[in-house]
Design a protein around this ligand. Structure first.
Ligand SMILES: Nc1ncnc2c1ncn2[C@@H]1O[C@H](COP(=O)(O)OP(=O)(O)OP(=O)(O)O)[C@@H](O)[C@H]1O
Ligand SMILES: [Mg+2]
Length: 245
């Protein structure tokens, strides 16, 4: 309880307020999110956990300005991003947010280095900046010594770490990851969450990830549990920083 009170003084990076999202499918209505309110803080990994169909992806998509709620607000940098025009939402996604998905989606013909360098080129970094930033990002995820490997020459966990390095290369304020560990075994999955925590702490990024795997709970700082479109619990972890990647 003390912990909760203490954290209430932190201004969240992004906050969802009373979100409802309903999908129409034929004559039926699916209430995917029912009055969901959550706070996402910088420097932490926030985990959205729940069974298949509980609303995790729907919530992540709304937080990431990829979808809009039927009711409620998403407050980011003093604005309700849910009501912004598509162009502004697009800019927000490109400049302030990073995304990692379950299917890793690296470019198979490019090395780890080139995958990140390419993303930075799209973001408008010049050649000299790109070299420095690419090396920095690979180092962050512990893969400086795999820079010249193509995805097929990397393990699943290493590939996911390259995807993470790429997603943070343009220095987003928030990193969203939908089931980033689903295709990894528990050990590799936990390693990926450790990378998220390291990045959250070192770069003061707010990381939001979804999972249905209870093993992930121990490594997240802040956990929201979803059931049938509702938040049923909010918990905090005190995690020691003894682990290295
Ligand atoms: N575009 C859509 N049209 C209709 N119903 C949808 C749509 N997207 C999601 N739903 C429904 O909304 C509910 C929540 O879906 P969501 O994808 O958010 O679940 P999830 O928690 O991410 O599940 P999973 O663990 O399987 O990825 C589900 O019942 C789903 O069938
Ligand atoms: Mg999902």
């Amino acid at each position: 309880m003390m912990e909760k009170l203490k954290r209430n003084h932190i201004k969240p990076t992004i906050a969802a307020k009373n979100i409802c999202r309903t999908f129409k499918s034929g004559h039926e209505k699916v209430h995917a999110l029912k009055d969901v309110s959550i706070d996402i803080n910088a420097g932490e990994v926030t985990l959205l956990i729940g069974r298949s169909g509980s609303g995790k992806t729907t919530l992540l998509n709304i937080l990431g300005a990829m979808d809009t709620p039927n009711e409620g607000e998403v407050i980011f940098e003093e604005r309700n991003i849910a009501s912004l025009p598509e162009h502004d939402r697009d800019m927000l996604r490109r400049c302030k947010m990073g995304f990692v998905f379950q299917s890793i989606a690296l470019i198979s013909l490019m090395s780890a280095y080139e995958n990140i360098d390419f993303a930075l080129r799209i973001s408008g970094y010049d050649k000299k900046q790109r070299k420095h930033r690419t090396q920095e990002c690979l180092t962050t995820v512990g893969l400086a010594n795999r820079a010249n490997h193509r995805p097929a020459e990397l393990s699943g966990g290493e590939q996911q770490r390259v995807a993470i390095a790429r997603a943070i290369s343009h220095k987003p304020k928030i990193l969203y990851a939908d089931e980033p560990t689903a295709e990894l075994d528990t050990h590799l999955g936990l390693q990926v969450v450790k990378v998220f925590r390291k990045m959250a702490i070192e770069n003061n990024i707010a990381v939001v990830m979804t999972s249905h795997d209870p093993n992930m709970v121990e490594l997240a700082d802040h956990i929201y549990k979803l059931e049938d479109g509702k938040i049923v619990s909010e918990t905090f972890n005190e995690i020691k920083n003894e682990d290295s990647v």
